[in-house]
Design a protein around this ligand. Structure first.
Ligand code: SF4
Length: 390
């Protein structure tokens, strides 16, 4: 939807604000559970930022005159990049578009990278939100995950980040091999007692071709049973909910005003542009909606960042419906029963599905809107799938 832009010097109507994402595909080593696109050779970082500048300049026609409300620098581990390179890219973006006065500029960071002056330097470069890859405050869990930082660093760096930045988020993982519910409660309590305003809770998933998958296959480690994992997730909802956190997305909890603007934009199907290998974009123009993804290959990207698109598609009406159902349920904004009925082209018996989920305590209905319960969040994708295809 177009709206009038108060910052627009020429007084023209501008389109809805954009969000930007950049995938920085470097890590010092791969964590045991990670299947993200990344490389562990760091000698291409400078070349990557040169390519990123080329890709960003090529997107100038999409950026000029646009307000940008959120920039998310993710990865990978963007905190291992020299700050001058991050600052240079942010300056370039700022020269092409207009940051809103309350723009969120977030950086994913690992605690081991944030010693010395680095937080002050990041602030000076314009970063105003830190998303810390803490994962756990417990030495045993950190070691099981193959993380590089210590438990002490997790606490000290989180506390320092909270002193410096108004917006801080911490990632926590549950369901780590050998983990018990009491251990998980210690992690939740640690984040809660630090009053971290935004907490992302992930249940460890065993991805193909990871070290974790091989270790499980060889019988070296075992992840907790599904029922234990479900109880850990329920404990997160109870513990954080009773401490004033809003459970605003399947994996995300925020104190008032601390939601991730970038993530919300993606889940609310607002437009965003992605840069870097494997980055995704969602654009809307003249009533049509497009999704695009860059290829997940660094060499191709360095070679020609303008020609790195792996796929691009215009969304059909059916695609839009599917996205709307999945994403609305994830952020629990209320899925309209009438909307479901209207798009029910397969002749599904929606009433049966709805009654089944009501009986299981997975959903509630208020004012003809379907909301997930705490238990239902665990099955968000399954519920969405049933509403779409039965
Ligand atoms: S630091 Fe993050 S992106 Fe890098 S390997 Fe570990 S989990 Fe993956």
């Amino acid at each position: 939807m177009s709206e009038s832009c108060p910052d627009h010097a020429c007084g023209q109507a501008s389109e809805e604000p954009l969000s930007l994402y950049v995938h920085v595909p470097f890590c010092r080593r791969r964590c045991s559970y990670c299947d993200f696109f990344l490389v562990t050779r760091l000698d291409h970082i400078e070349a990557f930022f040169n390519a990123l500048a080329v890709e960003t300049l090529a997107a100038a026609p999409l950026l000029r005159g646009r307000r940008v409300k959120a920039v998310h620098i993710g990865g990978g581990t963007p905190s291992l990049v020299p700050v001058r390179l991050l600052a240079g890219w942010l300056d370039l973006v700022a020269s092409l578009c207009m940051f809103t006065s309350d723009v969120e500029i977030a950086l994913e960071a690992n605690p081991e990278d944030l010693g010395g002056n680095s937080m002050a330097e990041l602030q000076a470069a314009g970063i105003n939100r830190l998303s810390l890859g803490v994962q756990s405050f417990l030495p045993r869990k950190l070691s099981a995950l193959g993380r590089r930082h210590t438990a002490e660093e997790a606490s000290v760096i989180t506390a320092e980040a909270l002193n410096r930045f108004a917006a801080v988020s911490v990632d926590l993982i549950c369901g780590v091999p050998g983990e018990t519910l009491p251990e998980w409660l210690v992690d939740l309590q640690a984040a809660r007692s630090l009053v971290v305003p935004h907490i992302s809770v992930y249940m460890l998933s065993v991805e193909p071709k990871t070290i974790l998958e091989r270790s499980i296959a060889k019988g070296r480690v075992r992840v907790p049973e599904e029922a234990v994992q479900a109880s850990m997730y329920a404990a997160a909802i109870d513990t954080l909910g009773s401490s004033g956190y809003q459970h605003y997305e399947v994996s995300n909890f925020a104190l008032s005003g601390h939601h991730s603007r970038y993530n919300l934009a993606c889940w609310m199907r607002e437009p965003y542009l992605g840069f870097g290998p494997s980055a995704h974009s969602f654009m809307r123009d003249d009533g049509s909606e497009r999704r695009r993804a860059n290829a997940g290959t660094l060499m191709r990207y360095l070679d020609n960042p303008r020609e790195c698109v792996a796929f691009e598609e215009i969304l059909s009406e059916e695609d839009r419906f599917v996205e709307q159902v999945f994403l609305t349920l994830r952020i629990n904004l209320g899925l309209d029963v009438e909307f479901l009925r209207k798009h029910n082209k397969l002749g599904l018996n929606l009433s049966t599905a709805v009654e089944d989920f009501l009986a299981r305590g997975w959903i509630v209905i208020e004012n003809d809107q379907i909301f997930l319960t705490g238990k239902g969040f665990l099955f968000a994708d399954h519920i969405a799938g049933e509403f779409i295809s039965g």
